[in-house]
Write a protein that binds this ligand. Structure first.
Ligand code: NAP
Ligand code: FE
Length: 367
């Protein structure tokens, strides 16, 4: 068995991680752009970041218009504002959306001739400004991955991720996540669960990654419901953040499977959050993967015992509670795309058009 493990970011984890280690940002330059949403001004993270940057004498501009599922248009807009302004590095502050956005903006700012639509094609560029990531959700693991997911003008999610698109430094402080409401806690935690399980069963996985994935699955099984019930419990929040960071390290090595591709149109066209939209397909996609490699799937979900128990867990947390209508035409369009997803290269099982279609139909019945 041959494999590699590549995890370049310097990660600082735990309460006050930013205060204690924020001085390292000074090495990245004198001027930063902070990409964020609106919630960072309500969970204390933006104030902390501003304090640290002020103390270090780093100048910054704040771009706080990053919405959920960042799009090409948001990128065009931000690029216009900051191109040619001697920006040295980009800080992504928030959930996966602002963190992914930071990576994409950092690429555009250091490759002025690159068209925004070319960003999915990493062979078109070879550099990126340094990126700092500060998560305020426990889900995507973007603080330790090379990936960035951006929605195209047509409404489809696509992404990039290569060796030089990892963040340079990340500060993961669970204090910033206590303000997450129940449904967001659920969705982001399920995203992390999918990363751990999908990363475990990926064809690109290895024993080292699987060890981390199992730890993440255990932590999520034991803590996600508690985090939903007791949002202020910092210890539980810390365990969820640890799980999501671990799961991020896992997918940085082995990638996600086609299960992630199933959820993308449900998010962009029906407005269901990323983690929930991904989690609702997990059982049906795992069943198909089991047809080719039952052993790896059984090992991945061992903390739950079997697929039935995993499904009960998802049901109990509300993963199937989505108030949406999916038409036959939606299923036809989505199936065409998902049955050609690039994730298929690393996914066990035969996900041809008919199989994909039947999975969409089965999940529609569950909602
Ligand atoms: P998100 O889209 O970043 O944020 C979802 C919502 O949560 C927003 O309304 C946001 O508000 C709010 N929010 C964020 N932190 C909060 C807090 N501490 N308290 C209260 N509200 C808070 O959610 P996400 O699930 O973290 O990220 C999803 C995105 O990441 C998707 O685009 C997905 O495709 C991508 N993703 C990336 C990777 C990767 O490896 N890079 C992996 C999986 C998914 P504001 O907007 O006002 O801040
Ligand atoms: Fe995800």
């Amino acid at each position: 068995m041959s494999w590699r493990f590549f995890e370049p970011p310097k990660l600082f984890f735990g309460e006050n991680a930013l205060f204690e280690n924020g001085h390292l940002m000074r090495e990245l330059g004198r001027k930063a752009v902070i990409t964020t949403g609106k919630s960072s001004s309500r969970n204390g993270s933006l104030d902390d970041l501003k304090d640290v940057l002020d103390e270090q004498g780093v100048e910054y501009e704040i771009y706080n218009r990053v919405g959920e599922n960042p799009s090409f248009d948001m990128l065009r807009n931000a690029r216009k504002l900051f191109q040619g302004k001697s920006v040295d590095f980009v800080i992504g502050l928030g959930g996966g959306s602002p963190m992914d956005f930071a990576k994409a903006l950092a690429i555009l700012l250091s490759n002025p001739d690159l068209e925004v639509e070319e960003i999915y094609n990493a062979s078109k560029y070879d550099k990126m400004l340094p990126v700092v990531e500060i998560p305020t959700t426990s889900g995507t693991g973007s603080e330790v991955t090379q990936y960035s997911v951006i929605t195209s003008d047509e409404g489809y999610k696509g992404g990039f991720g290569t060796d030089f698109t990892f963040p340079t430094i990340s500060f993961a402080d669970p204090r910033y996540t206590v303000t997450m409401p129940t449904d967001l806690t659920m969705s982001t935690g399920i995203d992390a669960l999918c990363h751990a399980i999908e990363g475990f069963v990926s064809r690109r996985s290895n024993r080292m990654v699987q060890m981390m994935a199992s730890e993440a699955v255990n932590l999520i099984r034991d803590n996600l419901e508690m985090a939903m019930k007791y949002p202020d419990n910092l210890e539980v929040r810390e365990r969820m953040m640890y799980a999501s960071t671990l799961a991020g390290v896992v997918i940085a090595q082995s990638g996600t499977t086609v299960n992630h591709a199933f959820g993308y149109p449900v998010t962009t066209f029906k407005g269901v959050r990323h983690g929930q939209a991904t989690g609702m397909f997990l059982i049906e996609t795992l069943k198909v993967m089991m047809e080719e490699n039952g052993q790896v799937v059984r090992e991945a979900i061992k903390p739950f015992g079997d697929v039935e128990n995993l499904e009960k867990f998802l049901e109990k947390l509300g993963v199937y509670n989505a108030n949406i209508t999916i038409s036959d035409e939606d299923i036809e369009n989505w199936s065409k795309r998902t049955s050609k997803a690039k994730h298929l290269k690393v996914t066990y099982g035969n996900f041809d058009y008919d199989t994909v279609r039947s999975i969409y139909e089965k999940v529609r019945e569950k909602l």
